[in-house]
Write a protein that binds this ligand. Structure first.
Ligand SMILES: [Zn+2]
Length: 255
């Protein structure tokens, strides 16, 4: 199995090596580590060097991190080169918090996302998108316009029409541990085509349900896969194989 989105560089992981070992023991062969800004990107590259072939780095610029400047986003763009990373991300559009609803802030974020999308298209890299709720349709329009060929809408939440437009365009949608206990995510897990689903923990983000009180680690992917299998009335093996094949196709991971 592959955790397609986990912030192992975050300060909340006191022992990333331990988390990676527990993940591998639980059957997680690779983890995609998206950067969220300049310092995070360097940390992610360092981790990937240490755990070659297991930690796959992506360089990004998180749209909700308002402490970062436009100069920071240009610096990240300058760092992106095809051979050393598996994707550009996470990038996207802001939704949470007061500033996310400021029209000027949102417009600037759209310009920044378009720059990353053009870089992804030019370098033939996939995009890892943070585009919650109504932002999903806006991000979809931007990446299509830029000619992005591969993308994943991480922790996807939007209306059904947008969800269909995303998977019909050939892009992927990823499900988090919320799929084990939240109706919205469970409906999504039932409606997605099997060849469009990815799994992620977005660790160390904390969850409820059966995960309440636990540090979110990539080893939890096993429980995400089990929950999806249960919802789709199929086997654990089938969902593990499908989501792994999807992640390999999106990020071009060799077996
Ligand atoms: Zn994230």
């Amino acid at each position: 199995m592959i955790d397609s989105h986990v912030h192992l560089d975050a300060d909340q992981y006191p022992d990333p090596s331990g988390a990676i070992k527990r993940a591998r023991d639980a059957g997680v062969s690779a983890m995609v580590a998206p950067g969220v800004g300049p310092a995070s990107n360097l940390a992610v590259i360092e981790l990937a060097r240490k755990f070659r072939g297991v930690i796959l780095p992506a360089l990004g610029f998180h749209p909700e991190r308002f402490e970062h400047s436009e100069d920071d986003s240009r610096e990240v763009l300058g760092l992106i080169e095809r051979d050393s990373i598996c994707a550009i991300g996470e990038v996207g559009l802001p939704w949470y918090g007061e500033r996310a609803n400021d029209a000027a802030v949102l417009d600037a974020a759209k310009v920044t996302l378009a720059r990353f999308a053009h870089a992804a298209a030019a370098l033939d890299l996939p995009l890892i998108l943070h585009a919650p709720h109504a932002r999903a349709a806006e991000a979809l329009a931007i990446i299509r316009e830029a000619g992005v060929r591969r993308a994943v809408f991480h922790w996807h939440k939007s209306d059904e029409q947008t969800t269909r437009a995303i998977f019909n365009a050939g892009y992927f949608i990823s499900l988090t541990p919320e799929v084990a206990y939240r109706a919205r995510d469970q409906d999504l897990a039932r409606m997605l085509p099997a060849n469009r689903i990815l799994v992620e923990t977005d660790g160390p983000w904390p969850y409820g349900g059966q995960f309440a009180g636990r540090l979110t680690e990539p080893a939890m992917i096993k429980e995400v896969v089990a929950a999806i299998a249960h919802l789709r009335c199929t086997t654990f093996e089938e969902i593990a194989a499908a989501t792994t094949a999807n992640a390999r196709a999106l990020f071009r991971i060799r077996e």
